[in-house]
Design a protein around this ligand. Structure first.
Ligand SMILES: CC(C)(COP(=O)(O)OP(=O)(O)OC[C@H]1O[C@@H](n2cnc3c(N)ncnc32)[C@H](O)[C@@H]1OP(=O)(O)O)[C@@H](O)C(=O)NCCC(=O)NCCS
Length: 296
């Protein structure tokens, strides 16, 4: 049974008419729940999503560490004693990122998401932050509507790519480097408003079996190349060497070094960087995202 969306009271406790009776919703710090409960709640909160989402404890631990998710600022949405949704908040300096936001199916489309987002914005302001950012799948109508209604503005479109078993030859050699060195270069030479997951700070949190490589002034980070599917998690060319096709040489050399792979680029790359992947024949993924920001 769907909620009716008849909002009775919009204060810190949200009263809403459900199944012909009034229920109260509250937000509780996610840090008071076991990781296993949060992982299960996140999976349930993303049921029916545009891409299948299964969050295990291990996946959640990686999100917490890599993306800087702060469980004390993240919230579990409670209907009385029942968790019905989750908002993960990552924090760095004056900025927070809505790293995940989901409500279990029975409680969607009734104003709960709007109320929760309003609370999260007020909480971020109270923490002294100046900006909240997020990424939302462009084709996720409810998500985009919700965030625009709350005042988020589009920064740019983020795109992803894929390529199966490229046949590549290269006379060049890649030098393997510490992921920390790549992260420093991204912080110094990358766009200042890169999406959270591409920022030098996030790249710094990647660890083996991921690997970083360098070819002259070009750098990349990939997931474990022992598997069949490999993700390209970062590509950078130093400012002084841009425009000379170095990123293409780097990627072709990478494909030649690790043959018979399916290469993936998540839809977190600024659209203006898409040429890097298109020049080596990678095919754009159907799903794209909006990078969004809201001043606080
Ligand atoms: C996205 C989500 C969090 C929104 O929460 P919600 O409680 O359903 O949102 P609300 O009821 O407050 O609706 C917010 C806006 O979205 C629109 N909306 C809600 N459900 C919709 C749907 N199924 N289709 C189209 N628009 C929808 C509403 O019209 C509303 O705008 P309005 O009040 O101006 O009419 C929720 O649908 C969800 O958990 N979805 C699965 C996970 C997900 O997509 N998370 C976001 C990823 S970043």
């Amino acid at each position: 049974m769907k909620i009716k969306g008849d909002i009775v009271n919009k204060n810190v406790t949200f009263l809403i008419r459900y199944n012909e009776r009034v229920m109260s919703l509250t937000l509780t710090p996610a840090s008071t729940f076991p990781i296993s409960t949060l992982a299960d709640l996140m999976t349930r909160s993303f049921e029916g999503y545009l891409v299948p989402v299964t969050i295990t404890e291990a996946v959640l631990h990686t999100m917490l560490r890599r993306d800087g998710v702060d469980l004390t600022s993240s919230r579990v949405l409670m209907k009385d004693d029942q968790p019905i949704g989750l908002a993960l908040i990552a924090r760095r300096g004056w900025t927070s990122r809505l790293a995940a936001m989901g409500i279990t199916t029975d409680f969607r489309s009734g104003g709960v998401g709007t109320w929760a987002m309003e609370q999260l914005i007020e909480e971020a302001k109270a923490r002294g932050e100046k900006e909240m950012i997020l990424e939302v799948i462009e084709q996720n109508t409810a998500g985009v509507k919700l965030y625009e209604k709350i005042g988020f503005k589009k920064v740019r479109r983020l795109v992803g790519y894929k390529l199966e078993n490229p046949q590549s030859e290269s006379a060049h050699l890649l030098e393997e480097i510490d992921i920390r060195d790549l992260a420093r270069q991204v912080t110094y030479h990358g766009l200042k408003d890169l999406p959270w997951q591409l920022s030098g700070t996030t790249i710094m949190q990647h660890t083996p079996p991921s690997r970083a490589f360098r070819l002259n002034d070009a750098y990349c980070l990939i997931s474990n190349p022992d598997g069949t599917d490999v993700a390209i998690s970062s590509v950078l060319v130093k400012a002084r060497s841009r425009g000379a096709g170095l990123s293409g040489v780097l990627l072709r050399t990478l494909f030649a070094k690790f043959p018979n792979k399916v290469w993936h680029v998540s839809p977190i790359y600024p659209e203006e960087m898409g040429f890097i992947f298109e020049q080596v024949g990678m095919v754009r993924e159907a799903l794209s995202q909006w990078q969004m920001t809201r001043a606080l």
